[in-house]
Design a protein around this ligand. Structure first.
Ligand code: DX5
Ligand code: ZN
Length: 218
C-alpha cells in the first residue's frame, strides 16, 4: 500500500509560515486546516492566506475544510489551487452536488466524518470520492489524543474500499497521529496520515516524516 504523510501546519509557527512549509517539503501533501469558528469553535486561515500558503508550498496542498457551508464555499479552495479539497459530511446538505462541483474544478475530492458519524452514513458515497477522512479527534484543535475507538470504522471503510470496482479512494486519518499511534491506524487500513504536533514538535521534522512513513509501512 502506498503510504502518504501529510503534515498539518495548524500548530506550526504562523509568524514564519513560509519557513515552516519548507521544513516539511519531503512529505507527500501539506495539510491545510480551514476553520470558520462556526462548524468548529476555532478559526484559522482566510481564503487569501490559503492562496498564499498554496503558492508557497512545493508539495501539493490537501485542504481540510471545517466550515459550515461547504456546498457554497468548498469550490473556492479548489479554485485557490488546492490539490485536494476535503469537506465534512455533517456540514453538507447536497454532498453529491458538492463532489461533482469540486471534480469539475479539477481537484481530488475528500469527504470527512467526525468521530460520532458512522461509516454507514457515507457508505453510499464511497464510490464517488477520491479520499475518505476518518477523524481520530473531534475537529477543531491540534494536539489532542488519538481516539483508538475509531479504528473499527477505519476497518469497515477499508473492507468496503477493497470491494469497490472503481479506483480505490485513499483512506486518511487525522488527529493524534504520532510514532506511537500511526501503526495502529495503518493496521486498521489507513494509508494517508495527517500529523501536526508530531511533526512540528520534533527536533527534526524531515527525520520525523521518514520515521512516521516507516512506522506506517510495517
Ligand atoms: C484538527 C485538525 C488536524 C490537526 C491535527 O481539527 O483537523 O489536522 O492539525 O493535529 P495533531 O496531529 O496535533 O492532532
Ligand atoms: Zn485536519
Amino acid at each position: 500500500m502506498t503510504i502518504r504523510i501529510c503534515p498539518s501546519i495548524l500548530n506550526a509557527d504562523h509568524s514564519r509560515l513560509k519557513e515552516e512549509i519548507d521544513r516539511v517539503a519531503t512529505a507527500d501533501l501539506l495539510h491545510l486546516d480551514v476553520m470558520d469558528n462556526i462548524f468548529v469553535p476555532n478559526q484559522t486561515f482566510s481564503l487569501e492566506e490559503c492562496q498564499r500558503i498554496i503558492k508557497d508550498s512545493m508539495i501539493p496542498v490537501d485542504s481540510h475544510l471545517m466550515i459550515a457551508n461547504p456546498d457554497r464555499d468548498a469550490v473556492r479552495y479548489a479554485q485557490a489551487g488546492s490539490s485536494s479539497v476535503t469537506f465534512h459530511f455533517e456540514a453538507s446538505q447536497t454532498p453529491l452536488a458538492t463532489i461533482a462541483n469540486l471534480k469539475s474544478n479539477g481537484v481530488r475530492v475528500g469527504l470527512a466524518i467526525k468521530p460520532k458519524t458512522s461509516f454507514e452514513s457515507i457508505a453510499d458515497l464511497l464510490g464517488e470520492i477520491d479520499m475518505l477522512l476518518i477523524m481520530t479527534v473531534e475537529p477543531g484543535f491540534g494536539g489532542q489524543s488519538f481516539m483508538a475507538d475509531q479504528m473499527g470504522k477505519v476497518e469497515q471503510a477499508r473492507k468496503a474500499i477493497l470491494k469497490l470496482s472503481k479506483s480505490a479512494p485513499w483512506l486518511q486519518v487525522d488527529g493524534g497521529i504520532s510514532l506511537e499511534t500511526i501503526a495502529i491506524a495503518a493496521q486498521a487500513g489507513a494509508d494517508t496520515f495527517v500529523a501536526g504536533s508530531a511533526i512540528y514538535k520534533a527536533q527534526n521534522p524531515v527525520e520525523m516524516i521518514s520515521q512516521l512513513r516507516l512506522a506506517a509501512s510495517i
